[in-house]
Design a protein around this ligand. Structure first.
Ligand code: ADP
Ligand code: MG
Length: 345
């Protein structure tokens, strides 16, 4: 069941400018966590603001829980949409305690508002004194307050703009997982914006990728990573190698060596073999494999990246385990266990 639907939504801030959002259509299912990714300026914040009602599109339809909240010039005002929003800088009221921050905007009797606020603060993992002020809390705790304030009114959908960008790397891994668990526990549908592919791949049920206001692809993380619809999507999720090759009946000729592959006969002319660094393996023994001159080894703790060159200077990067030693070796053998073939013109 879809809870949110966008149909051909367009937005220009200024008629002289490019579209901030162009022809965007997608659905979000009930209970789903959708990550919205794209480089800076791709339209992520604009899309959230259109859903929240903080901006109005030039055209298109937006429906929430079966109700059209935007259609042509008509729209339901932001405060009536039941959309929860967590802003990048949290936007907590500095002069209000954390309890008062969560109470703000809640309707009901004094007792109800008080107990809902306290329960929500506990739900997001805050146990301490609710009479503290935002500046007395760490960044991670402030973010929980912002999350509590957004979910306390029981919104139909939760929107979060770059929720992890202000947290340092160590805290981020932990907070990301906790926030995912809190959202899943409440069953709330959520869209979060991020420019970090690791956040998106590990936290979202599905990912939507924007480029210059256009939706490029929306799918589960694995499909975006393994089967990108275009080079833009492929490269957004990390390095992808390109190796020129000539197909024959038995396989592909490349400047790194021959790859036996009966599928090669389906192709004509020059092709490109596309593969990610982890789709290759550096091997000790010589044989059928490809070989390259070692140009650079970068150590990352959990893995190493080995850059290999052919005689013409074409380079590929292969991921390898961190323990492998390349001392005294200037050439390495490798093979590819997965690659896409693209016809090159
Ligand atoms: P992102 O969040 O992905 O970085 P934005 O949605 O903020 O992207 O911006 C998309 C495009 O719209 C950019 O070209 C940006 O400069 C432009 N833009 C965003 N907000 C405004 C605004 N209030 N007025 C004019 N242009 C804007
Ligand atoms: Mg933004």
């Amino acid at each position: 069941m879809s809870i949110l639907t966008l149909q051909n939504v367009n937005k220009k801030y200024n008629q002289a400018m490019e579209f901030a959002i162009k022809g965007v259509s997608f659905d979000v299912k009930e209970g789903e966590i959708l990550a919205l990714v794209g480089e800076s300026g791709s339209g992520k914040t604009t899309l959230l603001r259109l859903i929240a009602g903080l901006e109005h599109p030039d055209s298109g339809i937006i429906s929430l829980s079966g109700q059209k909240i935007v259609e042509g010039k008509k729209s339901v005002p932001a405060h009536e949409r039941q959309v929860g929003m967590v802003f990048q800088d949290y936007a907590l009221f500095p002069h209000l305690t954390i309890l008062e921050n969560v109470k703000f905007g809640l309707k009901g009797s004094k007792e109800e508002v008080d107990s809902t606020s306290r329960e929500t603060l506990k739900l997001v993992g805050l146990k301490e004194d609710f009479s503290k002020y935002p500046h007395q809390l760490s960044g991670g705790q402030q973010q929980r307050v912002a999350l509590a304030r957004a979910i306390a009114p029981n919104p139909k959908i939760l929107l979060m703009d770059e929720p992890f960008s202000n947290l340092d790397a160590m805290l981020k891994d932990q907070v990301r997982e906790e926030i995912r668990q809190i959202i899943k526990k409440t069953g709330i549908t959520a869209i979060f914006v991020t420019h970090d592919t690791k956040d998106a791949l590990s936290t979202a049920d599905r990912i939507a990728i924007l480029h210059k206001g256009y939706l490029q692809q929306i799918d589960i993380p694995k499909v975006l990573y393994e089967n990108p619809v275009n080079p833009y999507v492929a490269n957004f999720f990390g390095k992808r190698n390109e190796m020129m090759a000539i197909p024959t009946e038995e396989g592909f000729h490349t400047s790194f060596g021959f790859i036996t592959d009966p599928e090669a006969k389906k192709f004509k002319g020059k092709v490109k073999l596309l593969f990610r660094p982890e789709h290759g393996e550096v091997v000790q023994r010589d044989g059928q494999q490809l070989t390259g001159k070692i140009v650079k080894i970068s150590y990352f703790g959990s893995h190493q990246m080995v850059k290999l060159a052919d005689d013409e200077g074409q380079r590929v990067t292969i991921r390898t385990n961190p323990g492998r030693s390349f001392d005294g070796i200037d050439r390495a053998c490798f093979y590819l266990w997965k690659y896409d073939v693209e016809e090159a013109f």
